[in-house]
Every structure is written in structure tokens, then in C-alpha cells.
Design a protein around this ligand. Structure first.
Ligand code: ADP
Length: 640
């Protein structure tokens, strides 16, 4: 078949452009990416050979070979792993599947300076395309295990690639780079030099579980003299030691970080490394990482979890969701169990008692690590919470056992401080004498919540309120009854009573009297607005606004109601309560007029307007906006 030329998908083309005009300064990482892909391909082949004994491939010497040709200035990274079919090459190398790519590219365009752009590339990682940082042409020759023909792919990275079927190709994949000229200024080292290759593999890929061999032809040193270390035999460059099985003081942070990058395809260092060595009847080691930023697809279905399962040093599966709860899905790492069967399936794992024990222990370990992070570094904890807080809060709904631990690592925006969020513990420490509850209000944004009429009395009394703006907040606050024995209370629900005992004595008579004065108006309005409202009553939470709407203590809030609807669940409409502020001239005036003229039509309209205004003030939606506007316009016209 003749070679065909194809265009790269738009996103892929944009990424390639960036690689060619390299905005990433550490060019050496291209080799890490190629070795990492080769290692994955070997893992895959080993597993496939285990499952399918008709595959007929030799898996006795799986390895990665690095070959340099100084004269031709080429570098080849070869593996005898799973390889790719023709279609796979088109799909995997010609397009970018990652759902976050579009977002990423948009952000990249907006990035002001080179530093910011480099940071973004780092967050994203670009795998195979990193080759174009150091090469002006790349050839990939591959044959999938079990297939007879191979595929050759070549590109200069400029818009198109050529692809053809070839009769002869060794099984596995060989990526050959035609290297750009050495330019140390630009970070382009001599990647044909044996010492350079040796150093880069050692630095970035030492822990790779397959041998990375340098083939003798390449084994000459910078001066061109024969390198005694690599005389004839291929030289294995990596120690292949599993970092998780070594003791803490044997492994440097840099080594842990490289393992993290291999597993996560992230180019940035992790925020935290967590080690766990379980001894005893069920022995396992875990090395987990909290990334320093959230991936773009954390909230999309099908987001890949990052924990790999090994059994006795042998890779078993990526993305092992049985090992950690969903609300910790951003954690990456390796778990190596000693006593599992090598051909466990995902289905079996979900049921396995030992896996369930590991799951519990690992979840606790991660939560404890975040707690330590909190105590150790306010800045790092702030990063953690900014990136992953929304996900962690999901755990308040699903992980009953760890609820207190999760609450302990949460933080929330608060009226106490414009910028700094607060933990619940800090909130409780600041609670006023006699304050029994932890108060919060949910809403769209900090500003919307702060301007809500519900906040007025709390502001007047100087009582701190948590400002909850994540969609998940609407849900967990319903499920979590208390923290440290203090109930969580919405300031938009139930009656509020912020008075001290003394104030209560004083206010009691006054209130009683008011209640009598307003009784007629309240029952009349309750009847008038009965379609929409449960009750109209006097408010103790307003100081400035004429009216607000509140929910009964145990009722579902409107935001939650609409969330349930959006998820396709049937929920009955919950009627709420209109509260009037007798201290407001509009309300006292209405009461007076009602006393004189009873249920006149214009007074009923005033009631309707009050209700509409209260709805608008909390960011709600009017059921008949046109009618509201008409009533309002008529009123305004009359006062002109
Ligand atoms: P990533 O590794 O982050 O998925 P890459 O662009 O590096 O992105 O690679 C895309 C895909 O191409 C890989 O996920 C893998 O399926 C395939 N691939 C890359 N290199 C190899 C290889 N050496 N052998 C087999 N498949 C490979």
C-alpha cells in the first residue's frame, strides 16, 4: 500500500506547533516520555500474553533499547511491547483524546508570558509529541503483537503526517528521532552522547520496571573514545528498583517525583508523597501522590483514577478504582500487594475482602496526610483545597466512616475574613457566648450570599456565617448534622433567634404586641399568597430589607430542588415562608392600610410585590416576571 498523507487533528496540530517552537525549557524530558510509553507498552503486552495464550509472542526478554547514531544524528527508542495497529497509530498518534485539551489550549492562548505557558504545558504533559522539541523529523515503526504487517508513521510535526503499511517490522515500536542541532543555549543537548543518555535515563526513568538498555554502537563518549563501561554488552541504564519497596531514606524526593510523573503523565512535581508499608498477614506497599493541580477532567465521567495495582512487583492494572473512594480520585500512585493472584480482574477486586481493607486503610492514610499538610504548611494546604476541595466534599455524602476526618480538612469562605477561608474548628473557636450553631448560607457566589437579606441580622449582631458556593455544598449540608457537637444551620431556614437571654426578656413583650398588631395582615396575606407560600410571618432576621423568603428547618432548599430536577428526579414543590420586617416603612404602611381598608386589590398587589422582591433579592426566579414588571411600573407611575 502506498504511503498516505493525513492532517493532524486541529488540537494535535496546535500542540505540535508549541512543541516545535518549544516553549518548554527542559527538553531532556522527551526521553522520559518515550521510555514511559515503551514501558506501558511492555506492561500491556505482558498482561495480554497472560490472558491470551494464542497470542504467540515471546515475552521472555521484554525490554527497552536506546540506540544512537552519531553520524546520522538519530536516536531510536525501541521496545518489544504491544505495538500499535494501523488504525491505532492514526487514532493515538494523530489525535488527542484527552477531553481537557480544548480547555487547555484556550488557557494556553490566554497565557500572558512564556513562564505561564510553560507551567500549563507542565500541567498537561504532551507525551509522544515532546519528541518534536528535539527532533525535526520523527519516524515511528510499529507492529502490533499478533499482527503480521507493520505500520510506518513519519512527520515533521508541521500539519501533516505520512503513514504506510510495511511488510516487515519487528514486533513492538521503534521511535526514531532525527535530532535538531545541539544548542545548549536552547537546552538542546547532544542526545547521541552515551553519557548524556545514561544520565537522562538514570534521572528520569531509573525505577522503570523493565530494563532500559543502551546498545553498544551508541556507547562512545563525548570525545569519541570507546566507553569502557559499555564495551560490548548492551548496558542496562536503570536500576529497576521499585521505589515503594525501598526504605524512605534510600529514595530521594526527586526520584519519587519522577515515578509520579511516569504514572500520572503530569510534568509537574506532586504536592505530597504518601508512603505506606503494611506488614503482617496481608502485606502490601503503597506509594501515593497528591498532585499539585487538578486535571481538566476531574468532574467528567470516565475520569481516569491514577492508582496502579502491582502484584509482587508486576504491573497488573492502571486506574484501579477499587483501591480508593471516588472522592479521592485525584490521588495517583502505586499499590503493590504480595498475596493477590496475578490474574485478578476488576470485578473480583471490588469484592475482595483484602482489597476492601486496603481501600479503608489507604483512604484514612490520605486524609491523615492532608491533615498533616494542613498543620505543616498553610500555603500547600491552600493549594490542595483550591484544587481538590470540591471533590473531597463529595466524601461527606458517601464516606460515613471518615466523615469527621473529612470535615476536619475542609475549609470554607466566611464572613469573618474577606480572603482567608476558615476551618470548622477555627469557626467553633470564634463562636460567641451562647451561640449554639454553626451558621452557613449557600448560594451562587460570595457576593450574592453576602447581599442576601437573610444575612442582615447576623451582620448586625456580628455573627460569623460560612459562605458556601459549590454545588455540592447544597447537598452535603443536608446530610451532615453537626461538627464537634454543633449543629450546622442555614441562615435561610427556620426561625432565627440570635438574642441573648436578657434581650429576649426585653423583646418578648414587644414581640407579643407586634404579633397582635400584625395578626390581621399576616393571615390575610397568607391566604392571598397561599398558592406559592406556606405562611407569611414577621421576621427576626431582617434589619434593612422589607421581606425575605425562608425554608422550614427540614425542607429542601430551592437550589437543591432544582438540582434534583436537573438530575431527572421527581421532587414535590416545597412551599416556603415569607417573612416581613415590621421595622420597614413599606411593611408597617401596608399593615396600617390593611387595618383601614381591609383586603383592597392594591394592597394584595403590594403583598405580591413584596414576595417578588424577596425572591429577587435571594437570586431566585419570578414565576411571572411580566406581571411583576407591570405591577411595579404601575406603582412607579403613580408616584411621579
Ligand atoms: P499518553 O502516553 O499520555 O497517552 P502519548 O501521546 O505519549 O500520550 O501516547 C498516545 C498513545 O499512543 C499512548 O497512550 C499509547 O496508547 C500509544 N503509544 C505511544 N507510544 C507507544 C509505544 N511505544 N507502544 C505502544 N503504544 C504506544
Amino acid at each position: 500500500m502506498a504511503a498516505e498523507t493525513f492532517e493532524f487533528q486541529v488540537e494535535a496540530r496546535q500542540l505540535l506547533q508549541m512543541m516545535i517552537h518549544s516553549i518548554y525549557s527542559n527538553k531532556d524530558v522527551f526521553l522520559r516520555e518515550l521510555v514511559s510509553n515503551a514501558s506501558d507498552a511492555l506492561d500491556k503486552l505482558r498482561l495480554e500474553a497472560l490472558r491470551d495464550d494464542t497470542l504467540g509472542v515471546d515475552v521472555s526478554d521484554l525490554h527497552i533499547a536506546v540506540e544512537a547514531d552519531r553520524d546520522a544524528r538519530t536516536l531510536t527508542v525501541r521496545d518489544n511491547g504491544i505495538g500499535m495497529s494501523y488504525d491505532e497509530v492514526v487514532k493515538l498518534i494523530g489525535t488527542i483524546a484527552n477531553s481537557g485539551t480544548a480547555t487547555f489550549l484556550r488557557e494556553l492562548k490566554e497565557a500572558k508570558d512564556a513562564g505561564a505557558a510553560e507551567g500549563l504545558i507542565g500541567q498537561f504533559g504532551v507525551g509522544f509529541y515532546a519528541s518534536f522539541m528535539v527532533a525535526d523529523e520523527v519516524e515511528l515503526l510499529t507492529r502490533r503483537a499478533g499482527e503480521s504487517q507493520g505500520t510506518r508513521w513519519t512527520s515533521t510535526g508541521e500539519g501533516t503526517y505520512t503513514i504506510e503499511t510495511v511488510a516487515e517490522a519487528p514486533q513492538g515500536t521503534a521511535v526514531t528521532l532525527r535530532l535538531k542541532p545541539v544548542d545548549t543555549e536552547d537546552g538542546l543537548h547532544d542526545y547521541t552522547a552515551a553519557w548524556q543518555i545514561r544520565e537522562i535515563v538514570k534521572r528520569y526513568s531509573d525505577f522503570i520496571t523493565w530494563p532500559v538498555r543502551m546498545v553498544p554502537e551508541a556507547a562512545t563518549d563525548t570525545e569519541g573514545e570507546a566507553d569502557p563501561q559499555a564495551a560490548r554488552e548492551p548496558e542496562t541504564l536503570n536500576s529497576m528498583k521499585a521505589l515503594w519497596a525501598r526504605s524512605r531514606d534510600e529514595v530521594s524526593d526527586a526520584e519519587y517525583h519522577e515515578l509520579y510523573k511516569h504514572i500520572s503523565h503530569d510534568w509537574l512535581d506532586p504536592l505530597e508523597t504518601i508512603r505506606l508499608q503494611a506488614e503482617g498477614t496481608f502485606e502490601y506497599q503503597a506509594l501515593l501522590f497528591i498532585p499539585s493541580h487538578a486535571p481538566h477532567d476531574l468532574f467528567t465521567q470516565g475520569h481516569q483514577r491514577g492508582v496502579q495495582l502491582y502484584v509482587k512487583r508486576v504491573f497488573i492494572m492502571d486506574d484501579c478504582e477499587a483501591l480508593l473512594p471516588s472522592y479521592l480520585r485525584f490521588v495517583k500512585g502505586v499499590v503493590d500487594a504480595q498475596d493477590l493472584s496475578l490474574n485478578v480482574s476488576r470485578e473480583i477486586l471490588q469484592q475482595d475482602r483484602q482489597i476492601q481493607m486496603m481501600h479503608r486503610r489507604l483512604a484514612k492514610k490520605v486524609l491523615a496526610a492532608v491533615k498533616d499538610l494542613m498543620a505543616g504548611s498553610a500555603e500547600r494546604y491552600a493549594t490542595f483545597w483550591r484544587e481538590f476541595g470540591r471533590v473531597v466534599k463529595e466524601g461527606l455524602l458517601s464516606d460515613f466512616d471518615n466523615r469527621d476526618a473529612i470535615l476536619g480538612i475542609c475549609s470554607f469562605a466566611t464572613t469573618h475574613d474577606q480572603d482567608e477561608p476558615t476551618t470548622l474548628k477555627q469557626y467553633v473557636e470564634r463562636m460567641k457566648d451562647g451561640q449554639e450553631h454553626i451558621f452557613y448560607l449557600t448560594g451562587e457566589s460570595r457576593q450574592a450570599i453576602e447581599n442576601s437579606p437573610h444575612m442582615e441580622a447576623f451582620r448586625a449582631k456580628g455573627i460569623e456565617v460560612l459562605l458556601l458556593t459549590d454545588p455540592v455544598d447544597e447537598v452535603w449540608v443536608e446530610a451532615v448534622p453537626a461538627f464537634d457537637g454543633k449543629q450546622l444551620r442555614s441562615v435561610a431556614k427556620g426561625e432565627v433567634d440570635l438574642d441573648t437571654e436578657e434581650e429576649k426578656q426585653q423583646a418578648a413583650d414587644e414581640r407579643e404586641q407586634r404579633q397582635q398588631e400584625y395578626a390581621g395582615l399576616l393571615s390575610w396575606l397568607t391566604e392571598q399568597l397561599g398558592e406559592q407560600l406556606k405562611e407569611v410571618r414577621l421576621s427576626t432576621r431582617l434589619t434593612v430589607s422589607p421581606a425575605c423568603i425562608v425554608s422550614d428547618t427540614h425542607d429542601v432548599t430551592p437550589a437543591l430542588e432544582s438540582m434534583y430536577r436537573a438530575m431527572g428526579q421527581e421532587v414535590p414543590r416545597v412551599k416556603r415562608i415569607l417573612e416581613l420586617n415590621p421595622g420597614h416603612a413599606l411593611v408597617s404602611g401596608l399593615n396600617k392600610a390593611h387595618g383601614e381598608r381591609g383586603g383592597a386589590a392594591d394592597l394584595a398587589e403590594t403583598g405580591e410585590l413584596l414576595y417578588g422582591m424577596a425572591l429577587l433579592a435571594e437570586g431566585g426566579e419570578l414565576s411571572d416576571p411580566a406581571r411583576f414588571v407591570k405591577l411595579m411600573a404601575d406603582r412607579l407611575e403613580r408616584v411621579l
